[in-house]
Design a protein around this ligand. Sequence first.
Ligand code: SF4
Length: 412
Amino acid sequence: MTRLIEIGRKAQTQNKFHKMINYFLKNRGPKIGPLNFLFLQPTSFCNLACKYCYLPDTTINKKMSIQTIEEVIKWIRNSDLEFVKSHPLQVIWHAGEPLFCSPKYYKEAFELFKTNLSNVSIEHIIQTNGTLITQEFCDLFKDYNVRIGISIDGPPDIHDLNRVDKHGKGSFSATCRGIELLQKNNINFGVLSVIGKKTLLRQKEYIDFILDKNITNIGLLFEAPNAGKSNEFVGTQNDEYEEIEKFIAEMMRLSIKNKNKIQLRELRSTLQAIMSTDQNFKTSESIEQTPFTFLNVLQNGDFSTFSPDLLGEKISAPPFKDETVVFGNVYKDKLEDVLKSQIFLDTLKKIQQGSEKCKKTCEYFRFCQGGRPYYKALMNQDLSSTETIYCRVNIKSVTNVFLKNFEEFKTL
Ligand code: SF4
């Protein structure tokens, strides 16, 4: 503290003093940032009622005002956070159904980013159920180079098992209408599919669907037990792993055979982990463990960091003990105060303990670097734990499949 006061005395302006405090915190406090991802939840409302959805408030339209978006940008600037250099800052609009907000809303929001963070390269991404895509949205996506992720789980009878509207009616045809409109407008998009028990039993139909719809960029999310109502989750029984690995192998084969045409996120991340020679290489799991690489903001400006799914959730794992995960609010809490708060420091400590244990005990550490804090909290009720069902499926099985089939993959 005496040193901080000395530095302060030497500073000639308030602004310099502020910068020095940040410098001091960055160098003496926990290592934070650089900011890679800004997750914004523009509305809590969703027009669907997917059975595995864990979000609260999807029947209420709590909306993030344009003023709050402005405040988020101001908060980032005042916090003097560094920005990621290896890719643009990704601003991800998700949770609830983001396209429930109008094209006019997004135009205003995107312009705010352009004007007020003009020195930062920014890429906007919208993760949507696709049912509300219109031509006006397509024009917006093209004008602002927005990346689109569509949630679709496979052919109609698989997709409609879980992805239903509030009356229980399947959403497959509405989502496909959205996809067709994107394709008609030559807008690239990625697909995120939740893979449950039924998909594992009907792998060929899922693959035929991918080919039939000309889907070129796929991410697989194996359904995990969560607060939702579905019980289609996979990975809880040891005897399921043969089918899980068979499915991953088929998807990898499909991607490798189609070379650059079909990209599979799981294959890409495994290859990156194997081939990277960068000493500082970080997996997406480890980025979630570093404070303020993610800034996650709710409609009212409440924010958190680490895994975006933690935000606003009631988590029973210590240090939250059934409290909602929020570290501050952009209207009133400064970064330097959050970094000193007990709840933030306790959370960070638990996450780091978990990662250290993983490093000592797990032979898959290179492919994962300690896992996603959200799944440790959700599945083990312990942020400092190691293996989760999520990592058994999404890291260990994916790696096993790649290594087991490497000789065959080379020949495809
Ligand atoms: S135990 Fe799981 S979370 Fe930990 S490093 Fe291994 S694969 Fe990752």
